[in-house]
Design a protein around this ligand. Structure first.
Ligand code: SAH
Length: 606
């Protein structure tokens, strides 16, 4: 008797009780070595013969089955996941039929289900999709034409795409060609249920980038569809390819997620990056032109182009900063722009030297050599995002990203990235260093949340304050700043007023979780620059949503007439704060209004 058994997605205890019993009984086990957890073989009885089918042809597998069956021995043919899905099981059954050998099947948990579980997703959300499409990109095995990805995508049903990790660029293109918007939620789950599992929420458009950023090249499940967002992931976060759900859970416990009812229309990762590049030679111009074109082709933001030459040959589309490079750099640092230097690293180092201050607030600085071969994040690789941007640029130029930050080259946890991505306020540099050094040595980092007090001293505690022992304290940011302003109010005015309002209330910019406003102001250049400079995400709400905020708000007929709501700053602050209370009521000056609210969801921590 041959028993085809589904081994499940990876974790040894995700096999069925029946499947395990069959392994325990088997005299011969043939397992798919590439994906079946060898831990399952520990259930085998003493003396059982074990074969790894990864090294065998179909004929060799059948020979083993035949011989065992003839000797009256029990055979388990162990397949990854469930054998009925891409298991190549039919061909074995047909051969066994021809040989007159009996067989039976015991199902397993398929990878799509494991991936959904690891993200706590439901494929079949009423009102969103009641259908799950299981498919794959064409590889060595062809896919019938009528099932091409474009045609399947057109259904907008929930999708689980197997066997396609190496073809994500193409997969995205085909999903989009089939009618999915680029920002449709997607997820990538690497080795679901294995200890090395990694999971990322992204979008249809950022699948390939997400895989690249995390070096995922195989054994991943791609999930696509609105069910991902419907299952509770707020859209704003979906845009961030580096958003890792393991971290999200930690953050959610401390209440840093916006309340679902008040979910913001736009958030951090969508906030525009001030992104500038300067070159110093004609070769540099060509590299930048190539970068801008490649970015355009992919629909990715390209840097504004500047040049600083001794000659006056101004290339088209470039702005001259000849003789004013220092001012250009100074302005870049002041506005917290990401700056790219195309040329020798020495030029960049000398230009930025006077302005370099602090790794948590310095601008991102990146160098590309004149041939466009190497892309080097020189400054602010983590907090400023230079590493991430360098990887994107390198990909566009087909160049080598030269990453030098220890945690990245050692694949280690980085406390500053963790804090920045989860928007925690960092309580002390020394703790940051201590935790990062430990992670780089390959040691495990423990994390605790105040409501779950640890018995042992931990590396990181997330709380406002605590009397427990820790190396690094990360505190949820407590406030939101609501703002309204007249069109084209200059950045400097907005900055000055916002800092004054915060200063009067004794609040640091570092304590602000988000700047909140009405949607019609979300592209106000001065406000965007403020959000950029202080790395505070900008959240905007439609008037209809602002009207739903509850509280005692100042009311203006003029504002109501022009915007559809009687008050922007207080209502926006309160909504951004998840319905929290106002700490600073509407304050106005020179056509700018500001208010501060206390985030409701974090107040329990204090
Ligand atoms: N019969 C298996 C699928 C085999 S095809 C099942 O039912 O799961 C192999 C593909 O399955 C891989 O390319 C990957 O897309 C997916 N896969 C298998 N195990 C996985 C896991 N633990 N996590 C994510 N994807 C997995």
């Amino acid at each position: 008797m041959i028993n085809f058994v589904g081994a499940g997605p990876g974790a040894a205890d995700l096999i069925s009780v029946r499947g395990k019993a069959l392994i325990e009984k088997a005299d011969v086990i043939i397992y798919a070595g590439s994906l079946v957890n060898p831990g399952l073989l520990e259930f085998a009885k003493e003396g059982a013969q074990i074969f790894n089918s990864a090294k065998m042809t179909l004929e060799e597998v059948l020979d083993v089955m035949k011989a065992a069956d003839l000797a009256g021995r029990e055979v388990v043919r162990l397949h990854t996941g469930d054998q009925s899905i891409y298991g190549a099981v039919r061909e074995q059954m047909d051969a066994l039929d021809a040989l007159g050998i009996e067989y039976d099947s015991c199902p397993g948990i398929t990878a799509a289900c494991a991936a959904a579980s690891s993200l706590d997703l439901e494929f079949t959300l009423p009102g969103i999709s009641q259908t799950l499409i299981i498919t794959r990109m064409e590889g060595r095995t062809s896919v019938p034409e009528k099932e091409n990805i474009e045609a399947l995508a057109a259904h907008h049903a929930s999708m689980a795409v197997y066997l396609s990790t190496g073809m994500l660029e193409r997969l995205s293109e085909r999903l989009v060609a089939g009618g999915y918007a680029k920002d449709t939620p997607a997820a990538l789950v690497y080795k679901a249920s294995w200890p090395e599992e990694e999971k990322y929420i992204c979008t249809v458009g950022s699948l390939a980038e997400t895989a690249r950023a995390h070096h995922i090249t195989k054994t991943a499940m791609v999930l696509v569809g609105d069910f991902i967002e419907g299952s509770g992931y707020s859209r704003s976060k979906l845009y961030d390819p580096s958003f890792e759900t393991g971290f999200r859970k930690a953050a959610a416990k401390t209440g840093t997620e916006p309340l679902p009812d008040h979910s913001p229309k736009e958030e951090r990762s969508e906030a525009p990056q001030l992104y500038r590049a300067v070159c110093f030679s004609h070769q540099g111009v060509r590299v930048l032109q190539r970068l801008i074109k490649a970015a355009g082709d992919k629909g990715i933001a390209a840097p504004e182009a500047f040049y600083s030459f001794n000659t006056d040959a101004a290339p088209d589309g470039f702005v001259s900063v000849s003789g004013r490079l220092k001012e250009w750099v100074e302005e870049g640092f002041r506005l917290n722009a990401s700056m790219v230097f195309v040329g020798a690293a020495g030029i960049a180092v000398r230009s930025i030297a006077p302005f370099v201050k602090d790794k948590l607030s310095d601008s991102a600085v990146i160098v590309i050599d004149d041939n466009g071969r190497n892309v080097i994040p020189l400054l602010s690789g983590h907090a400023g995002g230079a590493n991430k941007t360098a990887v994107i640029i390198a990909d566009l130029l087909d160049a080598q990203p030269v990453i030098t930050t220890s945690s990245d080259i050692n694949d280690a946890f980085s406390a500053d990235v963790f804090a920045v991505e989860n928007r925690f306020k960092i309580g002390g540099r020394s703790g940051l260093k201590k935790v990062s050094a430990k992670a780089i040595e390959g040691k495990a980092i423990s994390l605790s949340i105040k409501d779950y007090p640890p018995k042992e001293p931990v590396d990181i505690i997330v709380a406002d304050e605590t009397d427990r022992e820790y190396s690094l304290l990360l505190s949820p940011k407590k406030y939101t700043l609501g703002m309204g302003m007249k069109k084209d109010t200059p950045f400097e005015k907005i900055e000055e007023f916002a800092l004054k309002v915060l200063g009067d209330a004794g609040i640091a910019a570092d304590d602000i979780y988000a700047v909140c406003t009405i949607d019609i102001k979300e592209n106000e250049p001065g406000l965007k620059a403020f959000s950029q400079k202080y790395r505070i995400p900008l959240i905007s709400f439609e008037a209809a949503l602002l009207n739903k905020a509850s509280g005692d708000f100042a009311s203006s007929d003029f504002v109501k007439k022009t915007t559809g709501t009687d008050n922007v700053c207080e209502r926006a602050a309160v909504l951004g704060a998840g319905g929290g209370e106002l700490l600073v009521h509407k304050t106005a000056r020179g056509g700018i209004t500001a208010a501060v609210a206390i985030r409701k969801s974090v107040s329990f921590l204090s």
